[in-house]
Ligand binder design. Structure first.
Ligand code: IMP
Length: 423
């Protein structure tokens, strides 16, 4: 069984926890898009691990973890992350972590170009993670990027980096930002690259071999559908296809290799960065932040919080072909007396059941809500779906109906054991 796990909202849905849960029966865990803009927090056996580029399967023994060709890989950031996870007692060996030789490299100047672009946008800024994601994907599409395979040839890489650094410096000096010396960039990147070199390989035949041998492959999506470059709230999106299709183009495995798509959403909605958020709700944000919830794993930024938005979820289930919903953070709503679910948007007097493409229409979208009674009891100790309070099950059932997708999992806390399977 090969399964894609994909985010249905604006990222941070708790995909890492579902991936971690499903990894038990997986042989291979693979990332196909994004970079270290992602931040997955996984709590296993009481220890908290924060992962950015490493697939969540890294926390297990005897699983192969693949950083696929569609991922943009920051060698310096990845080496730091490897060192941090190794210091928590997890060995990261070349048989356990494979990095695609086609993966594009994030250079230090990409991060600075990301900051420069954000500064130039002023109050229109995207609110990026400043990890250089957009500029690296721009170079990829503009056919001037460098891939891991290119780094094997240091002379060629030096020539290319020298040219890119001088182009980047022109932009950076215009913005009064730090400029770069090509030789220093090369030195820094190669210091990191030496740690990664044994992991770099052509991952495509490795994945095909595993598929043909009937191994279980798990595709770990990063970010979420509303951050997808095509389906998201453009331009307030990331620079890759975060939806299920991106898992195929980003790994070299075809759509015919996939049997299941698990769509992960929170029991409410959150978003970081700029852009439209029709169901955003200040009291709910304050409430959840007061519980110590909803601070970003990558940047520590407090996330904006809002009511469950099934306009977005319905669309996300469509474009991802979701075969099972995983609803996380149900326990975040434990104490609320009355819950709202957005069922449609009213835009200029017209009801919309799917999100608009037009950015100005987003600004005018008014959520139409349905109220449901809360359960007002602690769900964190529930060990089965049946044990959930009746109102919680009614809330989940309504969510599933409105999205036209079956429920598969419910999360009631951060630990591995707090993932309930829906019968
Ligand atoms: P970038 O991916 O750093 O270019 O940021 C573009 C947008 O995607 C910003 O709104 C970020 O906050 C958002 N973003 C990127 N990665 C994540 C993530 O893992 N979770 C939530 N939001 C993200």
């Amino acid at each position: 069984m090969n399964t894609i796990i994909t985010g249905l909202q604006w990222g941070d849905e708790g995909k890492g926890k579902i991936v971690d849960y499903l990894t038990e029966s997986a042989d291979v865990v693979v990332r196909g898009q994004g970079g270290n803009n992602a931040g997955h927090t996984v709590i296993a056996n009481g220890t908290k691990y924060v992962l950015h580029l490493l697939p969540s399967g890294i926390l297990w023994d005897n699983k192969i973890n693949v950083i696929g060709n569609g991922v943009v890989c920051d060698p310096i950031g990845l080496v730091e992350e490897i060192a941090r996870i190794e210091s928590q007692g997890i060995a990261i060996t070349p048989d356990k972590l494979l990095i695609s030789d086609r993966s594009h490299v994030v250079f230090p100047f990409h991060k600075e170009l990301d900051a420069a672009r954000e500064a130039s946008l002023g109050d229109q800024k995207i609110g990026t993670t400043k990890r250089g994601i957009g500029p690296t994907y721009s170079d990829k599409i503009n056919r001037c990027g460098l891939r891991m395979a290119d780094l094997l040839d240091r002379e060629f890489t030096t020539q290319q980096v020298t040219r890119r650094v001088s182009e980047a410096n022109e932009v950076l000096s215009r913005h009064g930002l730090t400029t770069f010396q090509a030789a220093e960039v090369i030195e820094q990147v190669y210091t990191a690259f030496e740690r990664l070199r044994p992991h770099i390989t052509n991952t495509i035949p490795v994945l095909h071999k595993a598929w043909k041998a009937n191994k279980n492959l798990l595709f770990e999506g990063a970010q979420g559908t509303l951050l997808d470059i095509d389906y998201g709230t453009y331009p307030f999106v990331t620079s890759s296809n975060t939806t299920a299709g991106g898992s195929c183009t980003g790994t070299g495995l075809p759509p015919t290799a996939i049997q299941a798509v698990i769509g992960v959403c929170k029991a409410y909605t959150t978003r970081v960065g700029s852009g439209p958020f029709p169901t955003g709700d200040e009291p709910l944000s304050e409430y959840l932040h007061g519980l110590g919830r909803e601070f970003g794993a990558t940047t520590g930024r407090p996330r904006g919080c809002g009511w469950l938005d099934t306009v977005l979820l319905r669309f996300a289930c469509m474009v991802n072909g979701v075969t099972g919903l995983a609803v996380t953070n149900l326990d975040g709503l434990d104490a609320y007396a009355t819950l709202q679910i957005c069922t449609s948007y009213e835009i200029d007097g017209v009801i919309h059941e799917l999100p608009p493409a037009d950015r100005s229409a987003w600004e005018r979208a008014k959520p139409v809500y349905e109220s449901l009674p809360g359960w007002q009891s602690d769900t964190t100790a529930c060990t089965s779906y049946e044990a959930l309070p009746a109102q919680a099950k009614a809330y989940l059932k309504r969510l599933s109906e409105l999205c036209d997708a079956p429920l598969a999992f419910v999360g009631v806390g951060p630990d591995r054991i707090q993932t309930l399977v829906v019968p």
